[in-house]
Each structure stands twice: as C-alpha cells, then as structure tokens.
Design a protein around this ligand. Structure first.
Ligand code: NAD
Length: 458
C-alpha cells in the first residue's frame, strides 16, 4: 500500500490554507469547473476504477459502474443544475418590527474539509461528498480507506490528474494518518465508517470544536407483513442483501416476519439468488467477496450452521461466503450482536407488526428501516412508531438514489446528512448578515440607557 509520508501532511495543510485564503474556491466558475471535471473523471475512468475494486475484493464491475461512478455523476449533474440557486444570498422578509433592516443569509465555505471514507463503496463515500464540499467553496483533503488499497491509489492518481491540486488533495494511509489529519488545520470533518471509529473522530473533533458529519452503520431491520407481494419482496431483498457481498451500509440486516411469511418467502429468496448467481455463486462474476481475511473470519463466526437453511459455504483463501439464510434466530444469537456486513440473512419470527415495532425500538436507531406490505397505512404506522435514518417501503437501498433527498443516520447510525443541497449545507456556514440603516437611529436609540421601561410595555 502506497502511503502519504506523515511529514508531508503539514505542507499539504499549508498549501490548502494558502489556496483557500486566496479566494480561489469561492469563485463560482472554479466550483463549476471542478464538478464538471469530477463528472468527467467518473465517466472516462470508470473502467479503471472498476478494475481496481475488482482487484481489491472481487467486486463485479457492474456494481462499481452503477453504484459508485453512476451515482457520483448523478450528484455532479444535480449540483451543476442547482448550484446557482444554492450559492445565492437568501433575502429574508420578516415581521414588521424588523422590516427596516436589510437582511439575508449568506452561505460561506467552512475552509478546509477532511473527508474520511470507508472501503465498501470507496469512490462513492469520498467523491459524492466531495461534490458538496466543492460546491460550497471549500478546499478538501480526501482520506480513502487503506483496506481497499488499489482503489485508493487509483483515486489519488485520478484526483490529481482531473482536479485542481492546489485545492483538492488525497492522503493515503490508515488510522495513524487520520489521527495526524485531525490535529491539522481543518474546519470540517465528514466521516463514513463504523460507529465505533465515528466516536473516536467525534472526540478528536470536539477538542478543536470542528463540526462533524458522521455517516455510520448499524443493523437495518426489515419487516415483512403477511400481505406483501412475496415474489417481488424476495427478489428485492435477495438483491439488497447480496450486492457487494452484503457489505453495504443500507443492506437489509435481518428480517422480522410471521412464520407463515417466512415459509413463503425463504424459497423465493433462494430462487432469486439462484437466478442471480446460479447454484455456485463462487464461480459467478456477479458475486463479490469479503474485503479481507479479518472480516471474513468475523462474518464466518456469526454463522450458526445449526440454523442455516441455505448457503453457509465459505472459502478462506478467497474470502468467499455464500449467500446464506438462517432461521429461528433470536436476539441472543451472535448474528444479532453486531452489524453483519456480509451476505447472511437471519430470520426472526414475530406474530404481528406490534411485536416487530417493539423489537426494533429496543435496539439502536438504524441507518435504514424497511417495510414490505401492500397496506400503506400499516407501513405508515411503522414509520410513525419507530426512528431510523431513512425508510424505503417495498424496496431496499433505493432511497439513497434521488440526489434531492437527504441521506444520513440518526442516533448510533450517524449525525447529519448529505446529497444535493444537503451536502452543500453540510459544508457551508449559514452566515447571517444584517444591514442596519442610519435612518433607523431615532427608533434604535430607544434601546439606550438610561432605560425607560414605559416605551417597551414592560
Ligand atoms: P472503519 O470505521 O473501519 O474505517 C473508516 C475510516 O476510518 C477509514 O478511512 C479508516 O482509515 C479510518 N479509521 C479506522 N480506524 C481509525 C481510528 N482508530 N482512528 C481514526 N481513523 C480510523 O469502517 P469501514 O470498515 O471502512 O466501513 C464499514 C462501516 O462503515 C460499516 O459500519 C458501514 O455500515 C459503514 N458505512 C456507512 C455508510 C453511510 O453512508 N452511512 C456508508 C458506507 C459504510
């Protein structure tokens, strides 16, 4: 793994601060040009990006082309269409008492933003927030995950080639590098990764009062009502659980449903997986593997072979774990103790939606919560009775796609949100500006001592 020399980090900060102070990134034409270049990079280099991730963890090209490169390009297009409106000062009309003041909200960049990424969608989780950081007029340091080294190295090379290196830099390395970066001259931290490390980041940022956005994970529950369309539901869950080998922050983590529904849906999910990956997913070019041996061992340990009704095969040499279903799972099973982040789908039976709500509310707030039902009021009741970062009814993961919707967690699954205007706001300070005209002095002078309470009605 190529790493940035820790001694160089100080100079990177110096260069970026100089660029920021020069006002380069505040120019609207600079911002647009950089976003256009980012689009171009994710278009022209998409196959290079995909090939690096295939080397890193057998990631099928399609998944990189669509979920990383396609989504980043959507984010760029959306930003380019909207940025003129986003950067505009927003005039505020107010109650009569303040009508005499000329006032507006002026969005200003925070300065130098540090974007720290996870390895599972390494381009998406770094370059998608980068769109908002640039749109808001910041200088940026990107720190991709060291666990996907080929993609991190390619990202560094391409960012240097396509973007303005005086304002956007990539630092390669792991936790030690993050620790050094957090001590540097930064004004914002945008972090994607586990909740445990999120807490470390937040603590370090708190020392310097640096605002943070934390995009973390958790166990995303799915409730399947008895009236759901089983065939469609099965296909969508099978897809969402197995893409990227289950290493997706929004993947369905576990299923809550009645025994009757379990008996109907399990064969449908198995059928869908066979259609996607054949009977031997190991040989499928469409099936991804686990990122490394440490995570392979972690996920493998979560499988209780006595409860496996499908899959369960593993291959340590290739970090391969087959799409797997476990039934009769209880909350005391190992698989329910942590975010699975692998292709294992546990089923827990509940008698009705009340039990499902109670189960979900007894756990940390998740990044996503899914409901499958043909009854809108039932889905609505679950939404109203629970809390989660986002919800998709009758599908999974798809809520991340529209760039106009905020994406983020709540509670243990994260802090703050991004995408589109929400990214712009995340990387901006909303500065209040008030012009107090001189002609108002006769009115304003009433506030001066010696005080006369009768004029205020006090
Ligand atoms: P991770 O927390 O191990 O690493 C994330 C980043 O933090 C990496 O860049 C890493 O170098 C850095 N890091 C690791 N340990 C550190 C330490 N002690 N001090 C400072 N920095 C440190 O996470 P991961 O394994 O790369 O990603 C998986 C997690 O990310 C899952 O929980 C998943 O749900 C979550 N995730 C969330 C989203 C989202 O948008 N909410 C997206 C993708 C992944």
């Amino acid at each position: 793994m190529i790493e940035t020399r820790l001694d160089d980090v100080e100079n990177i900060f110096k260069d970026l601060r100089e660029s920021f102070n020069s006002g380069t990134t505040k120019s609207l034409s600079w911002r647009k040009k950089q976003i256009e270049q980012l689009y171009k990079m994710c278009d022209e280099q998409k196959h290079v990006f995909a090939s690096a991730l295939n080397d890193d963890f057998h990631r099928p090209s399609f998944e990189t082309l669509v979920f990383d490169c396609g989504s980043i390009r959507n984010e760029c297009t959306h930003a380019l269409n909207e940025i003129d409106e986003w950067v505009r000062d927003k005039k505020i009309s107010d109650a009569f008492a303040f009508a005499m003041l000329d006032k507006y909200i002026h969005p200003e960049p925070l300065g130098i933003a540090l974007i720290i990424g996870s390895w599972n969608y390494p381009y998406l989780v770094t370059l998608s927030p980068l769109v908002g950081a640039i749109a808001a007029g910041n200088c940026v340091i990107l720190k991709p995950s060291e666990l996907a080294p080929k993609s991190a190295a390619i990202m560094a090379a391409m960012v240097e080639r396509y973007l303005d290196p005086s304002c956007v830099r990539v630092v390669l390395g792991g936790a030690d590098h993050v620790q050094v970066l957090l001590k540097g001259d930064i004004n914002k931290v945008f972090y994607t990764g586990s909740t445990a490390v999120g807490k470390i980041i937040m603590k370090a940022a708190a020392e310097k009062m640096i605002p943070v956005t934390l995009e973390c994970g958790g166990k995303n529950p799915v409730y399947i009502a008895d009236d759901a369309n089983m065939e469609i539901c099965a296909k969508r869950i099978a897809w969402g659980k197995a893409i990227n080998c289950g290493q997706t922050c929004l993947a369905p983590d576990y299923i809550l449903c009645s025994k009757t529904t379990e008996n109907r849906i399990v064969p449908e999910i198995i059928k869908a997986w066979r259609q996607f990956y054949t009977d031997t997913p190991f040989n499928s070019e469409s099936y991804c593997h686990i990122i490394n041996n440490r995570h392979f061992e972690r996920v493998k340990k979560l499988i209780n072979q006595n409860k496996v009704v499908h899959g369960g095969e593993t291959d340590s040499e290739n970090n391969y774990i087959a799409p797997t279903i476990m039934t009769d799972v209880t909350e005391n099973d190992d698989i329910m103790r942590e975010e699975i982040f692998g292709p294992i789908l546990p089923f827990i039976t509940v008698n009705n939606e009340e039990e499902a709500i109670k189960f979900m509310n007894n756990r940390d707030k998740s990044l996503a919560l899914y409901v499958f039902s043909s009854t809108k009021s039932l889905a609505q009741r679950i939404i109203n009775s629970t809390s989660a970062g986002s919800t998709c009814v009758n599908d999974v993961i798809f809520q991340i796609a529209p760039p106009s919707l905020p994406f983020g967690g709540v509670g243990a699954s994260g802090l703050g949100s991004y995408h589109g205007k929400y990214s712009f706001d995340t990387f901006s300070h909303q500065r209040t500006v008030v012009y107090a005209p001189n002609w108002t002095e006769p009115i304003l002078s009433k506030r001066n001592p010696p005080y006369n309470p009768t004029i205020t009605g006090l």
